[in-house]
Write a protein that binds this ligand. Structure first.
Ligand SMILES: Nc1ncnc2c1ncn2[C@@H]1O[C@H](COP(=O)(O)OP(=O)(O)O)[C@@H](O)[C@H]1O
Ligand SMILES: [Mg+2]
Length: 175
């Protein structure tokens, strides 16, 4: 993110993000890069997303239009609509969308990224309180299926049968 310089009467003055020539850096959507660069930028931006979430913030409008390509790598800008991760009902949905935007954009250049699911993985770790700025990520996410307690179910059935048998026996004896 650009370094903030001063905040005065609601205006935040930030560092100008520059490209290699010292000009204002282009947005990602106006930039050209190789598949290797796409993978590198994607990985670095995922790490930024994780660091923001560790600080309790979700960007909420992250896309190739709000990322500048500076001399030393991508820089995320345009944060006024960022939301508080813990206090906002939409935080999860917004984080998933932010990460999906990154995947779909860089996936155009490096198609293998289209198979990844970093958003769900990141949010699951965050929810469990297990997300750290440097947590290793796989890009895969296994949805948790609850294992069925088969023994427990069979025990319930046996109990119901035994109860029914006992009831029939009592009825037969009462006749
Ligand atoms: N720190 C910065 N350094 C260089 N250019 C910037 C910087 N911040 C914004 N810009 C330029 O201004 C444009 C609009 O900024 P942005 O923060 O995305 O506002 P919005 O999308 O709300 O109009 C960006 O697309 C970028 O080209
Ligand atoms: Mg913008």
């Amino acid at each position: 993110m650009p370094r903030p310089h001063l905040f005065f009467e609601g205006v935040l003055l930030m560092e100008l993000v520059c490209d290699a020539d010292g000009d204002a850096a282009p947005r990602l959507n106006d930039s050209v890069f190789t598949p290797a660069q796409a993978r590198d930028h994607h990985a670095r931006l995922i790490r930024e997303v994780v660091r923001m979430l560790c600080a309790g913030v979700v960007h909420g409008d992250l896309s190739e239009f709000n990322i500048l390509l500076a001399e030393d790598g991508p820089v995320i800008i345009d944060l006024p609509q960022a939301v508080d991760a813990a206090g906002n009902n939409h935080a999860r949905r917004m984080l998933l969308r932010d990460v999906e935007n990154l995947r779909n954009f860089f996936g155009q250049t490096a198609p293998e990224l289209l198979q990844t699911d970093f958003g769900a993985e990141i949010w699951a770790l965050y929810e469990r309180g297990a997300l750290q700025p440097d947590t290793a990520l796989s890009g895969r996410f296994q949805r948790q299926h609850k294992t069925v307690d088969l023994r427990g179910v069979l025990r319930e059935i046996d109990d119901a049968r035994a109860e029914d048998a006992a009831r029939r026996l009592r009825m037969a004896q009462a006749r």
